[in-house]
Design a protein around this ligand. Structure first.
Ligand code: G1P
Ligand code: ZN
Length: 541
């Protein structure tokens, strides 16, 4: 073991999902070591305890894992559990932490961002409940990164990450574990695998795009081997360090091939995809894309059809920009709906306190109290379980849902890599005029209220302010503006646009048409074109 002198970096602030930077930034001497030491220095009582380590397999994953193992040993952890090949999907890592009562875990991922020598990397610390560290921990880590002077590391050879089994690093045990087994077992506990298997045996066809990312091995095992989907149902299943040069982001832009397949005459019954680290999901039925906000509402309304949720839901939580479709399901079920800031970490307290069972975000994250991360394959399996019981198409289920609850037309417009000053200026100007907006009209619609979302955590009493600007119109339409907390270059302005339509006769309209006046209003209110110089969003989801 040796102690190494170092000097701090000033840019190691963990964002919504841990520390995210380009690979060359992480490759600077001592950059990784400083951050990991700052994490350990911010924790107490881990001596002799277990640390889980795993990542999504992207470029630089193995190198960081070796460093993390040697530093965990030097810092006094008793045991490290690491996924074979360095692979653990984010939800699988959460499960391994919980199941083994680990002290915490290091998850190496930049989620849906591209990977490769000049692309993105990330390190996130999760606590013993399996969820992302709360803000007070990430703030302590950040404070520590600014003053750190030394780190400690074991001078031992690299661990063979490909060989399942136990080795010693210093006086610490390292167990290389099967990346998939525990997770697959958990899914079998939650869902009616026999019913899904019977449906598939009866001719139901599915396509799952793993996007050359971490869910490949999980989806192969669960969907093809255990549930009997035809070989080839899981596409792009080999995790690659650069995701084959693509964005492992399961949206209509980056999973276009799947989308086109699902809209074609030869579409299978069900299509889905997951992202780089396996926590996001894209759901597409034959001829119908289900927005993540709708998916959350539809899963919540039907969850009782799966064994794990047969007893009903305790509550439903959604992030603020997520459409309010789920709120009406909660209302009907007579349970509470919670609205939290963006980022999965805010769901952790609600889940731990037993206030909610299901949570979701508009950004394709859905999950439940089975782990403390959003979970892409979980959402896929819950859909499959529901389809197996209802024996109706995705389209029929969606349309029946809208008829019963009304439809929330919804779109997110992202303006990526915008000049940071311009983006900050836009938000500052909006904030400044918030008080004057209520009662005014835009595009013939009256603004009922406008605010900057602030969240009071009902469990720990903490407040998170400035979480996004909400413009609420009379009749239930809404525009939300916020700046991304996960981008790695420039600023990303996200504009979330939603219109509630209770009348079933008006549901069969293309979303852009249904939202046209709100889209114009969004620009009029915030001056997006004028302030960012962009005439249209970079991505619409
Ligand atoms: C984005 C999503 C957010 C999600 C986060 C991590 O954050 O919008 O819902 O929790 O990625 O996956 P943002 O870039 O908007 O801060
Ligand atoms: Zn992700």
């Amino acid at each position: 073991m040796k102690t190494v002198s170092t000097t701090p970096f000033q840019d190691q602030k963990p964002g919504t999902s841990g520390l995210r930077k380009k690979v060359p930034v992480f490759q600077q001497q001592n950059y990784v070591e400083n951050f990991i030491q700052s994490v350990f220095d911010s924790l107490e009582g881990f001596e002799g305890q277990t640390l889980v380590i795993g990542g999504d397999g992207r470029f630089f994953n193995r190198e960081v894992i070796q460093i993390a193992i040697k530093m965990a040993s030097a810092n006094g952890f008793g045991r490290v559990l690491v996924g074979q090949g360095g692979i653990l999907s984010t939800p699988a890592a959460s499960n391994v932490i919980r199941k083994n009562k680990a002290f915490g875990g290091l998850i190496l991922s930049a989620s849906h961002n591209p990977g490769g020598p000049n692309e993105d990397f990330g390190i996130k610390y999760n606590t013993g409940n399996g969820g992302p560290a709360p803000e007070k921990v990430t703030e302590a880590i950040y404070a520590r990164t600014k003053v750190i002077e030394t780190y400690t590391i074991c001078e031992t050879p690299d661990v063979d990450l490909d060989k399942i089994g136990r080795v010693e690093v210093g006086s610490m045990d390292v167990e290389v574990i099967d990346s998939v087994a525990d997770y697959a077992a958990l899914m079998e506990e939650l869902f009616d695998f026999a019913a899904i298997k019977a449906m598939i045996a009866g001719g139901f066809r599915l396509a799952f795009d793993a996007m050359h990312a971490v869910t490949g091995p999980y989806a192969k095992e669960i969907l093809e081997r255990r549930l009997g989907a035809a070989e080839g149902s899981v596409k792009n299943f080999v995790p690659l360090e650069d995701f084959g040069g693509h964005h492992p982001d399961p949206n209509l832009v980056h999973a276009k091939e799947l989308y086109d397949l699902m809209m074609s005459d030869d579409a299978p019954d069900f299509g889905a995809a997951s992202d780089g680290d396996g926590d996001r999901n894209l759901i597409i039925g034959k001829g119908i894309f289900v927005t993540p906000s709708d998916s959350l509402a539809m899963l919540a309304a039907n969850a009782h059809l799966a064994p794990a949720y047969a007893g009903g839901l305790k509550g439903i939580a959604r992030s603020m920009p997520t459409s309010r479709a789920a709120d009406r399901v909660a209302e009907k079920l007579g349970i509470k709906a919670y609205e939290t800031p963006t980022g999965w970490k805010f769901f952790g307290n609600l889940l731990d306190a037993g206030l909610v069972t299901i949570c979701g975000e508009e950004s394709a994250g859905t999950g439940s109290d089975h782990v403390r991360e959003k979970d892409g394959l979980w959402a896929v399996l819950l859909w499959l379980n529901i389809l197996a019981v209802r024996r109706e198409s995705v389209k029929a289920i969606a349309e029946a849902h809208w008829t019963e609850y009304g439809r929330n037309f919804y779109a997110r417009h992202d303006y990526e890599d915008v000049d940071t000053q311009a983006a900050n200026g836009l938000v500052a100007e909006l904030r400044e005029k918030l008080d004057r907006l209520a009662g005014t009209s835009v595009q013939g619609m009256t603004i009922a209220a406008a605010d900057d979302f602030s969240y009071l955590d009902p469990v720990d009493g903490s407040t998170s302010a400035n979480q996004g600007i909400r413009i609420l119109f009379e009749g239930g339409s809404r525009i939300v503006y916020r700046l991304s907390g996960t981008g790695t270059s420039g600023a990303t302005l996200r504009v979330y646009i939603e219109r509630f339509e209770p009348d079933a006769a008006k549901h069969d309209v293309p979303t852009p048409d249904a939202l046209a006046d709100l889209i114009t209003a969004a620009d009029e209110i915030a001056g997006i074109r004028a302030m960012t110089g962009r005439n249209e969003p970079s991505v619409i989801t």
